[in-house]
Design a protein around this ligand. Structure first.
Ligand SMILES: *Cc1c(COP(=O)(O)O)cnc(C)c1O
Length: 225
C-alpha cells in the first residue's frame, strides 16, 4: 500500500512539473514520519526513499539510531527546536527547516561541529498560530546571521493554512518564491538561498507549480494521496 501511495505521489509530482516545464529531478520529496514507526520507515527505505523528517528531537534521535545501517539516509528536522535540546540533535541532522530566531541561531553556532544547511521559516499567511518570521523581517534576520559560520541559509520554508483555497495557496507560495529570489540576489556567501521548502500532502502540486524544491509529505504517504 505504501508503494502505491509513493507511486501516486511520484505521478503527481511528474504532472505538476510538466505543467510548468520543470524537471522532477529538481524536487526532493521528504517523507514526514512523525506519525509512524520504524516498520513504515523501513518499507520506505526499501522503496528507495532517502529523506526523512521529524518534528520531535527524541523521535528523530531514536529513529535515526534504528537506521544507522543506512548511513546514506538524510534526516530533516521540521519542528520548533527548543534551545535546550539543540546540543542533543544538532550534529545528527542534515537539514533544519524552521530557523526563525537569533537565539536558536546562536545556540546552533555554539553547538554544531559542522556547517548546517538551514531554511528560514517565514509566516507568509500571517496566521498567529504559526511559527516563522513575518516576511518583512526576513532580510534583516538573514543579514544578522552573517556572524554565525555554522549556519548556511540554503532557502526559505513556509506552511500554508490547512484550509486555504487554491488561489490563496498560489498567492502564499509565489510570495515565498519572490522573497527567496530577492534574498538570493543579495549574493550573501553564507545565504545562497536557492531552495524552497513548501508543499505538504494537500498542496504540493501547487507548491511545485510555484517553484518549490523540497516538499514535506506525511499523510499522503501513509494514508494515500
Ligand atoms: C506534519 C508536517 C508536514 C506533513 O504534513 P502532511 O499534511 O501530513 O503531509 C509537513 N511539514 C511540517 C512542518 C509538519 O509538521
Amino acid at each position: 500500500m505504501l508503494a502505491e501511495n509513493i507511486n501516486q505521489i511520484k505521478r503527481n509530482i511528474q504532472l505538476a512539473c510538466e505543467q510548468v516545464h520543470r524537471s522532477k529531478d529538481d524536487i526532493t520529496m521528504v517523507a514526514v514520519t512523525k506519525t509512524v514507526g520504524n516498520k513504515e520507515i523501513k518499507q520506505l527505505v526499501d522503496l528507495g526513499i532517502e529523506n526523512f523528517a521529524e518534528n520531535r528531537v527524541d523521535q528523530l534521535l531514536e529513529k535515526k539510531e534504528s537506521f544507522k545501517n543506512y548511513p546514506y539516509l538524510k534526516w530533516h528536522f521540521i519542528g520548533n527546536l527548543q534551545r535546550r535540546k539543540i546540543k542533543l540533535i544538532i550534529d545528527e541532522i542534515d537539514f533544519f527547516h524552521a530557523l526563525a530566531s537569533i537565539k536558536v541561531a546562536e545556540e546552533i553556532q555554539k553547538r554544531s561541529k559542522k556547517l548546517l544547511p538551514c531554511f528560514v521559516q517565514v509566516n507568509i499567511s500571517g496566521e498567529t498560530t504559526k511559527h516563522g518570521l513575518p516576511k518583512e523581517e526576513v532580510e534583516l534576520f538573514i543579514r544578522q546571521l552573517s556572524k554565525y559560520d555554522r549556519i548556511q541559509v540554503i532557502g526559505l520554508m513556509t506552511m500554508a493554512p490547512l484550509k486555504a483555497s487554491e488561489t490563496e495557496l498560489h498567492n502564499i507560495f509565489s510570495q515565498l518564491k519572490y522573497l527567496q529570489m530577492k534574498i538570493a540576489n543579495l549574493q550573501l556567501a553564507y545565504a545562497p538561498c536557492t531552495e524552497l521548502s513548501m508543499g505538504m500532502s494537500n498542496d504540493y502540486g501547487i507548491a511545485i507549480q510555484e517553484g518549490t524544491t523540497f516538499i514535506r509529505i506525511g499523510s499522503a504517504v501513509f494514508r494515500g494521496a
